[in-house]
Design a protein around this ligand. Structure first.
Ligand code: UDP
Length: 236
């Protein structure tokens, strides 16, 4: 028995950049694809949302003089670049995948169709959701929460570089307090940077559990799915 059968995994763009800090690091890509493959092999259904911050962020310095909406469209396109790279990495490892985008680009990907996405998952395909929500002023964390709710995922997993949720940035403050479990309301009250408020609120209103865990520790995803205590759990 799996603890979580249907999982939406959210990876930031930065995760794909690895130590490079920018662009796509092929070793990181392979690593993450392996983790997803292993989780799939255990029988979990995996959907993915990948950010775009390694390529472009609508609120970045590069976008300072731009119209926000235009910049956000660039950000959404950046998520599609990452999604195609991840799809390619998975397929090279023999994992069946489908890419669905929130903005139609039918030569490259299917449009997002909820029922079809669920069918793909049931058939064992990894479904990657690209182009965020398709709307400016949103983030890929919000896109991930929305898609997780739509596909009735059992959990949304946010893969990060740290072990979970802390009261301050553990990379800057070694004495940061770690929360192995925390309620949605406390995340909001303490203004913890788990996800942006829109995303947290969406999860809270739909009682979707969030796990924040270290994606750079090999095997964490499969450990979590099989019921081990990994990372931090946000619950009602
Ligand atoms: N974006 C958007 N709408 C969405 C999702 C993303 O406009 O629904 C844009 C936005 O400009 C954002 C960029 O895409 O800054 C990249 O997404 P995000 O910053 O969430 O990526 P991550 O931090 O996860 O790499």
């Amino acid at each position: 028995m799996l603890q979580y059968k249907r999982v939406l995994l959210k990876l930031s763009g930065e995760a794909l950049a690895g130590e490079d800090g920018y662009g796509i690091n092929s070793q990181m890509l392979e690593r993450y694809a392996e983790e997803v493959k292993e989780a799939r092999a255990m029988g979990a259904e995996i959907a993915l949302v990948i950010g775009g911050g390694n390529i472009f962020r609508g609120v970045s310095d590069a976008a300072r003089n731009m119209d926000r909406v235009q910049a956000d469209y660039m950000g959404m396109l950046a998520t599609v670049i990452n999604s195609i790279a991840f799809q390619d990495a998975l397929e090279r490892q023999g994992v069946y995948t489908r890419l669905q985008t929130a903005i139609k680009m039918e030569e490259m990907a299917e449009p997002f169709i909820r029922r079809r996405a669920i069918r793909h998952l049931e058939k064992g395909r990894v479904v990657i959701f690209g182009a965020g929500t398709g709307n400016p002023y949103f983030t890929t964390d919000t896109a991930a929460s929305l898609r997780a709710i739509e596909i009735e995922a059992d959990v949304i997993v946010k893969g990060t570089r740290v072990d979970g949720i802390y009261d301050s940035d553990p990379e800057e403050n070694p004495g940061a307090e770690f929360f192995s479990q925390i309620s949605y309301i406390d995340v909001i009250r303490k203004n913890l940077r788990v996800m942006d408020m829109t995303a947290i609120t969406l999860c809270r209103e739909n009682i979707l559990p969030i796990v924040v865990m270290n994606m750079n520790e090999r095997g964490n995803l499969t450990r979590l799915i099989s019921g081990e205590k990994v990372g931090s759990l946000v619950h009602p």
